[in-house]
Design a protein around this ligand. Structure first.
Ligand code: PLP
Length: 297
């Protein structure tokens, strides 16, 4: 039997479509940033188990992420039931997900005109296999809780970065510098963070699970070595950053941008500093630019 999914997004006002062909834009923020929420609800004898509790948690998740509801609660309930009915699922799970919609890739929230995406599908479960596990019990292993803690991986789990970038934008700033439990700067929401001391030593956090190993970070370190600028790879506090001679951030989209204010207080005299300027100029020069066409071997 062909399975049916429901999709409502910028391109579709809401339609039941064959599940194998159901899809959303590659620019959907769920796909790009994990900028979305979901619910999974048990289907028992064709009905939804604890539907009210799931809808309450769903609405709470929407509020927490400032996500627009894709439709009214009542319309959603109709769609959930219709998806179960069309798939003739008696026992299984119902999955529904809402994302902040499809828009040009940018961490901060898209314009208010962008509609959220809603997808719904229902899948039967093997009741006998589940009952066998209930009868036998299951084993577990233990692992360190590393959820949100592997910032060194360039993963699309970017929801915290999205929220930080939006908070920066709400405050009229370009970027948010993120602090660890000790008040040290880890990195920006989408950039690496640097400060410059009075003797022109540059400081940036060492590579670890705490930061993304930025490509521009490595180029700027190389530039500093060429320019014989002292480098200290160590954690620095936000207080040090505020009183630093200069500060800057790095990322592939701009190589290096001088930071002239932190939390509203001026860095230096509020203008870009000479070390940032020299590093940017040198780093631009040593970056490798590929040929437009791959040369033949
Ligand atoms: N840190 C984070 C969290 C980022 O997302 C990025 C870039 O997207 C960077 C740092 C800078 O990395 P790169 O210089 O490779 O662009």
């Amino acid at each position: 039997m062909s399975r049916i999914a429901f999709v409502k997004d910028a391109l579709s006002p809401g339609a039941y479509v064959p599940r194998s062909r159901a899809g959303v834009s590659i620019e959907d923020r769920g796909f790009l940033f994990a900028d979305g929420i979901y619910e999974v609800c048990e289907i028992r004898n064709g009905g939804l188990v604890d539907e009210q509790r799931h809808l309450e948690r769903y609405e709470s998740s929407l509020r927490s992420l400032r996500l627009k509801a894709p439709m009214s609660r009542r319309s959603l309930q109709l769609v959930l039931r219709e998806t179960v009915r069309r798939n003739k699922v008696q026992n299984g799970v119902l999955y529904f997900q809402v994302t902040r919609g499809a828009s040009r890739r940018d961490h901060a929230f898209p314009p208010a005109s962008v509609s959220p995406t809603l997808t719904v599908f229902a899948t039967p479960v093997d009741v006998a296999a589940r009952d066998a596990k209930v009868a036998s019990g299951v084993e577990v292993i233990t692992l360190p809780d590393e959820r949100w803690a592997r910032r060194d991986i360039k993963s699309v789990s970017l929801l915290p970065n999205v929220l930080a970038k939006q908070a920066a934008q709400d405050a009229g700033a370009y970027e948010a510098w993120l602090l660890d439990a000790d008040g040290n700067v880890t990195e920006g929401a989408s950039t690496n963070a640097w400060i410059v001391m009075d003797d022109e030593t540059i400081i940036t956090r060492p590579l670890s699970h705490d930061i993304l190993p930025g490509i521009s970070r490595s180029i700027v370190l190389e530039a500093a070595r060429h320019l014989q600028i002292n480098i200290e790879e160590r954690a620095f506090t936000i207080a040090e950053a505020r009183s630093a001679a200069e500060a800057f951030l790095t990322s592939s989209s701009a190589i290096l941008l001088p930071v002239v204010g932190i939390d509203g207080s001026v860095v230096r005299d509020g203008t870009p500093g000479p070390v940032a300027h020299r590093l940017r100029a040198y780093a631009s020069g040593i970056s490798q630019i590929s040929d437009a066409h791959l040369p033949s071997i």
